[in-house]
Design a protein around this ligand. Structure first.
Ligand code: PSU
Ligand code: MN
Length: 306
């Protein structure tokens, strides 16, 4: 298979990969579904700046008119926005978006698939999808989890929102052998808050320590991803009570309206955003940017080992 038949890697990203320099892959659902305009574009631009400041090259992923893009440009984003609603594209949607020459925004699952195809071992996002609360009835488990277990990519996130069952999410990751590292934390973070009540598998203090672990894992043929939980900086963390109240309310609304499948996560997220207003948006922006900084450090440290 000739990858070029399907994929366009931006010249800057291609050059960095060729020279063995650090690259950080990014998803694009956060741009098209996760944040309102214009904060989404400002945040995307700032993330790229921070990754560059950390000595790495940013590579935002998406599918544009059927072409897989690694290094999405501002023009691509504008064109996609002008064409209207952009599909939230998880693993199972990639092939038909490509073959149908459509546009698709990457989730964590599809972004790590694309990152691995392009040879990018480090990826940053806000929060991952996971096992949903009430999974006993809904059977709702994000395709992010099996994909993180499968792809050789280090996923830097601020944990998982408590719209999910964080305990079950961590159990799933343990079953499938995904190391869950806490970046300077003993607890897996809960996105808006620094703590979830659940311990990480292993605490790490530096990007170098994480990079060494990645190298050992993949050298030993232990295929699959590593999840790094990076708590939102203290001053941007939210109080637990209002965020939990907003989440409970959003979950009840989703249940009442029988929202399910791929609509579930975007629906709950938009209701939480609505209920908490600007406060949760600012937290979201700050934690994504913080993850980009950390991911750039990890990418640089990993390249230094090769
Ligand atoms: N959770 C968040 N913010 C997000 C998402 C999840 O807190 O933006 C997005 C990510 O793109 C993630 C996707 O990969 O939703 C998961 O969707 P689903 O649960 O349908 O797999
Ligand atoms: Mn789901």
């Amino acid at each position: 298979m000739n990858l070029q038949e399907y994929m366009d890697i931006a010249p800057e990203v291609r050059q960095a990969l060729y020279e063995g320099k650090p690259v950080v892959a990014l998803e694009s659902t956060i741009i098209f579904h996760g944040m309102p305009y214009p904060q989404n574009l400002e945040c995307a631009a700032r993330c790229e700046e921070l990754i560059r400041a950390g000595g790495a090259v940013p590579a935002t992923t998406a599918v544009v008119e059927g072409r897989i893009k690694v290094g999405l440009t501002h023009e691509d984003i504008d064109r996609m926005t002008e064409r209207g609603h952009v599909l939230k594209m998880s693993r199972r949607d990639i092939a038909r978006v490509v073959s149908g020459k459509e546009d698709g925004a990457t989730t964590v699952a599809s972004a790590v698939i694309i990152a691995e195809l392009a040879g990018i071992p480090v990826f940053a996002t806000g929060g991952i999808g996971g096992v949903h609360r009430g999974v006993q009835e809904s059977f709702d488990i994000s395709a992010d989890l099996p994909q993180i277990a499968q792809s050789n990519v280090c996923v830097v996130c601020a944990g998982a929102k408590s719209i999910l069952d964080i305990g079950f999410t961590l159990e799933y990751l343990e079953t499938w052998g995904v190391p869950v590292l806490g970046y300077r934390t003993d607890e897996f973070p809960a996105f808006y808050t620094r703590k979830s009540g659940y311990a990480v598998d292993c605490r790490m203090e530096s990007a170098e320590e994480i990079a060494q672990m990645l190298r050992a894992k993949w050298d030993l043929g232990l295929r699959g991803g590593v999840l790094v939980g990076c708590p939102v900086p203290e001053r941007y963390a939210m109080d637990e009570a209002p965020i939990n109240a907003a989440i409970e309310k959003a979950l009840a609304e989703a249940k009442a309206q029988r929202i399910h499948g791929k609509e579930s996560t975007p629906f709950i997220l938009s209701k939480v955003l609505e209920a908490t207003g600007g406060a949760s948006l600012e937290t979201n922006i700050q934690l994504v940017q913080n993850n980009c900084r950390t991911a750039a450090e990890i990418a640089a440290a990993y390249c230094a080992l090769l």
